[in-house]
Design a protein around this ligand. Structure first.
Ligand code: ZN
Length: 389
C-alpha cells in the first residue's frame, strides 16, 4: 500500500492545508517542530498522517517554554518509543509540583486542605499539578536514539534599564486597574498588607498596557491610546534612540518592541510625525507587505521598525545584518515570545560588539516587578505570622 502512493518528486513542500492522508514520503523535515504540541492541534494531526521512513524535527526551542512540551515532538519522530500515556511519561521524567486550584499555593498531593486559603479539597476541587522542569535536567535528551545540538549562539547581553515615572493621570489609571487585582487586609499589628492572588494573564497584560501611556475611552467605552496620548515611555524612547546615534557617531537602526499592537501603532505614527523614518510591523500586516517593510529597512529607506512582539517572533532573517539595537517599550507575558523576538536581531550575522538592548521600565508598575516584591512581602508577612506561604 505504501508503494502505491510513493511520491516521485524529490522534495515536496506541504502546508497545513495540504491533504496528506495516504501520502508516503522518504523523509520529513519539520521546521519549528515545537508546533507539534497538543494531540488535537491541526499541525500534530497533519504530521501524524504522513507515513515516512525518516522524520526530523528542527527547532531552537523544541519543547516550547515548558518541559511537558518535549513529549509530542519526540512521540512524532519515534512513534512508540515513549510510553503511550503522556501522564506516565510525565511521571517518569518531569518534576511536578502540586498546587491549590484556588490560590496556587504549593500543597502535597495527599493534603486534605490548602494551608494558605483553607480550601478543602474534594473530587471536583483537587490539587492541580504543574510541570516545573525535568527531574534530571538533560537526561531525557540523552535517552533519545538520535539528537543533534547546534553549538549554542551565545546568550545576549542583558538589557540596560531606563526607568521612567509615569504621568499622574496614568498613575491613577494604573492604580484603578491594580486595585481590581490586589486585595489589602490588616495583619496582626493593624498594618495593611496586600494579598496578591496569581494575576490572570489578561489582567497582567492590562496593567502593562496602562504603564505604556495615558489611556482614553472611545464612544463605545473601549480603551485606546490617542495619537497624542501622554507617555513617559515615548519621551524616554527618543532619548534612547538619540543616544544610540550619539554613541555610534552615526544613524543607528533599531527595532522597537511592545506587546500592545495599539501602542505600536501610536508609537510609529508619532515617530513618523517627528521625522524618524519608521515602519510599523504588526499582525495586521500581510506577508507581501512585510517583505516590503523588511526591504525598506535593509535597503536603508527606513531606520526604525516598531513591532508588536507576537508579529515579529518567527521566520524573519536578515534584519540583524543592518541593525544591532533593540528597545523594549513593554514585554510580553509570554517569555518564549520575548526570546524569539529578540532572536530576530540577536542571531548569526549580528554585530555582537555593537549589540545593545534597552528596557524602558515604568517605575512602580508590573514592569519593575512591583507585584513580585509585593508577593515577597506577603510571603515574609505570612512567615512572621506563623503561616506557611
Ligand atoms: Zn489555596
Amino acid at each position: 500500500m505504501r508503494q502505491a502512493h510513493r511520491r516521485s518528486a524529490p522534495v515536496d513542500v506541504y502546508n497545513i492545508e495540504t491533504d496528506t492522508s495516504n501520502y508516503f514520503v522518504d523523509s520529513i523535515l519539520v521546521h519549528n517542530c515545537h508546533a507539534i504540541q497538543s494531540r488535537n492541534a491541526l499541525a500534530t494531526r497533519t504530521m501524524r498522517t504522513i507515513a515516512s521512513d525518516r522524520r526530523i524535527g528542527l527547532s531552537g526551542t523544541w519543547h516550547g517554554n515548558n518541559f511537558s512540551g518535549a513529549y509530542a515532538p519526540v512521540d512524532w519522530v519515534w512513534p512508540g518509543l515513549l510510553s503511550p500515556s503522556y501522564y506516565s511519561w510525565l511521571d517518569e521524567w518531569a518534576e511536578v509540583k502540586m498546587q491549590c486550584p484556588k490560590c496556587f499555593a504549593d500543597v502535597e498531593s495527599d493534603d486534605e486542605q490548602c494551608g494558605r486559603c483553607y480550601l478543602t479539597f474534594t473530587r471536583k476541587k483537587r490539587p492541580i499539578s504543574s510541570v516545573v522542569g525535568e527531574k534530571n535536567p538533560g537526561a531525557f535528551v540523552k535517552s533519545l536514539p538520535c539528537y543533534f545540538r547546534a553549538e549554542p549562539f551565545p546568550q545576549p547581553p542583558p538589557a540596560l534599564e531606563v526607568v521612567v515615572d509615569i504621568t499622574p493621570d496614568q498613575r491613577a489609571q494604573y492604580e484603578d486597574l491594580e486595585a481590581q487585582a490586589v486585595t489589602w487586609v490588616r495583619d496582626h499589628d493593624g498594618i495593611e498588607v496586600p494579598i496578591v492572588a496569581d494575576l490572570p494573564i489578561v489582567q497582567r497584560q492590562r496593567l502593562r498596557t496602562a504603564a505604556l501611556g495615558e489611556l482614553a475611552l472611545d464612544g463605545e467605552g473601549e480603551i485606546f491610546f490617542a495619537d497624542d496620548c501622554k507617555s513617559a515611555k515615548l519621551v524616554a524612547l527618543r532619548g534612547v534612540l538619540d543616544e544610540f546615534d550619539r554613541a555610534a557617531g552615526r544613524k543607528e537602526k533599531a527595532v522597537i518592541f511592545t506587546d500592545s499592537k495599539r501602542f505600536a501603532r501610536v508609537t510609529a505614527r508619532r515617530m513618523q510625525a517627528a521625522g524618524y523614518r519608521t515602519v510599523l510591523w504588526t499582525g495586521d500586516v500581510g506577508e507581501t507587505a512585510r517583505e516590503r517593510l523588511k526591504a525598506d529597512f535593509v535597503e536603508d529607506r527606513a531606520d526604525y521598525i516598531v513591532a508588536s512582539i507576537a508579529s515579529l517572533s518567527e521566520g524573519v532573517d536578515g534584519l540583524q545584518r543592518v541593525c544591532s539595537k533593540v528597545v523594549w517599550l513593554s514585554r510580553s507575558e509570554n517569555a518564549l515570545l520575548n526570546q524569539q523576538s529578540l532572536r530576530r536581531i540577536w542571531r548569526i550575522g549580528v554585530d555582537q560588539a555593537a549589540f545593545a538592548q534597552v528596557d524602558i521600565i515604568a517605575r512602580r508598575t508590573l514592569d519593575d516587578g512591583t507585584l513580585r516584591r509585593l508577593e515577597a512581602t506577603q510571603t515574609r508577612n505570612r512567615a512572621q505570622m506563623g503561616l506557611t506561604a
